[in-house]
Design a protein around this ligand. Sequence first.
Ligand SMILES: [Zn+2]
Length: 741
Amino acid sequence: MHKNNIYKAKKRLNFIMALILILGFGGITVRLAYIPIFKPEYKTMVKKQYMKVTRIKPQRGMIYDRNMNVLAKSASVWNVVVSPKTFKDEKQKEVAVEGLSSLLDVEKKKIATSLKKSSYYEVIKRSVEKPLADKVREFKRENGIWSIYLVPSEKRYYLRKDFLANVLGFVGNDGEGLEGLERYYEQDLKGFDGKVIGDTNAWGTDMPNSTQKVYDAKNGNSLVLTIDASIQEIVEKHLKDAVKEHSVENRAVGIVMDVHNGEILAMATKPDYDPNEPFKVFDETKKAELEKITDQTEHAQTELKFLQEQWRNKAVSDPYEPGSVFKIITAAGALAEGVIKEDSDFYCPGYITVGDRSINCWRPEGHGHINFEDALIHSCNPAFATIGLKLGQENFIKYFKAFGFKELTGIDLPGEAPCIFHSPENFSDHTLAVSSMGQTFKTTPIQLITAVSAVVNGGKLVKPHIVKQIIDEDHNVISSNETVVKRQVISKKVAQIIADGCEKVVSEAGGRQAYRKGQKRGGKTGTAEQLDKQVHGEVVNYTLSFLAFAPTDNPQIAVLVLLDTPRIGQLWGSVIAVPVVGRILDDIYQYVNIEPTYVTSDSVKSVCLPNLEGKTVDEAKEILRESNLRYNISGEKETVLGQLPAAGFYVPEKSIVTLYTDFDEDVSSVEVPDLVGKSLESAKNKLNEMGLNYMQQDSKSEGSNKEHAIITKQTPEADTKVKPGSIIKLEFVYSSDTRIN
Ligand SMILES: [Zn+2]
């Protein structure tokens, strides 16, 4: 061989050795491959690498759900790279364009452009899996094209498509966690590099007499989440349906949390994306919008904005006005501070004036005289404004802080946003009154569900978390996230009063669509006006939500669903958000196989009383017949002027509604019979005979025989004179004695 040729061959060999070494033949990071290595400023660095160290890349840890279902894993893949400068001739380039294009499904034009460049390193396709990589190897061997390289890399696989995306996050092309848990637990997941120091043979074979030292890589640790993939799937499915059905413009959020230890069982934002393709805009409307932009810079900026919106975990990063769900917190604070009692009375004429401004009740005709429990059950605004004012600014802030709204929950996810609240100088009596109803400030969904969990778990504020354990590759436990109780906020007694009220929200009022026979569910609805997005002074956007917990006698889980800016349907939390939570709870109950416990009161179906005022008597009769209700007419005029019970109350089917057509006429009154000690069935019959209605209060004690309930208390008491159609509240216990009549 000619000396010059040998020199050339040697030089070429040196180059290839350097290239392979740098590109990671022995396991060098893909990140290095990004560096335009032949720019002068990198030359010294390259030389150093070549002389001293080869990096061995560890494998990234896995992500499992709580039942060890794999959610994310990494596998070896290859990047197909060409070195245009070292191609033999144009003919060889043409062969490469043809071959690679058909093998890799990359446009010929794109490959040809790369090959025209005067460079040593152009990526043609990333993350090619083994079968295809083998085909590329075969192709280069058959055609003798040694300027095509397969550079080892790693690919992250998310095993379920469109699943838990905003929580898991994703990794970038260099394998580093960019969002979600992948980002938060980067240090645990990534592992430690290994290295080879010394006269490394770049080909990866041992050099005789070399003095190299090998330090093994340590693979990343894995995460075991508190998430239950089955519950997560349930939540995602129902959120997805709700977004579609109600044309939810600004995304829906759902969280399921264990109220005792703060474990997150499910957390979802819909619509979301597929973490396997995080850089693709998934929203069809936004995609179309993007396609219309011709200016390159504007296109790139808009695309980034859309992607960031798509990636954001709304459950922790986006504060919203909670609306009436927050009344639970106001009530808990006021009861704990003793400024109100269970039997405190309020009066709601449909509005309340605070300072020089008026605050409306959601029910324009008002709730009239209403006690604390009914104010909570029926979500009366003036009552809660009054409760807030009684609590006072200082105490309101005290409980606001105690329930964790002034701090981050500390959940192990990136991007948690703080609550947005009034500054002290802007906190007037009016803002206090409105804040007590959950308006004019913003909290994150995770803060709210954590605070309400503290109300229903007996008063403990726990730290929510989403990673249960960190384990190594042999599944040894490295660390565990134990339950962190931050503080005791309220007493168990106060917690129980609120839980009882919330159960009635579901059995008797706004949460009725989540009510199921034999399942003790409690909750509170929210219909929040988005005050910062008014158009010409009018509220046009709403956030509808429902926060439920179950079972009410010993709450285990809390479920929060919020629909941000729905466009289709009646925009009330009770109408739109409640059924979504109802269905989620149905599926969870079925999944965990909880048998319903049937009680006597469950066999009766409740009806929401329609508003009949202003209707003709005939129209009213027809409406009542359709609702399976009976009627009683007082007066002889044509038009209904009033009704008893009032519209909006829930009564059992076949209840009697008294329609008043003439208030001047002396309405006969009825004396309430003595029902204490009688069986529930006979009490109901007696009231029916007398033209009175009844409402059943939940029973706390359960005897062995659920068929027999006896009345322990009645409101109003016996002998009280009431108008026909009035509701008599009955409390009862189950008796084991079957002889009770
Ligand atoms: Zn009211």
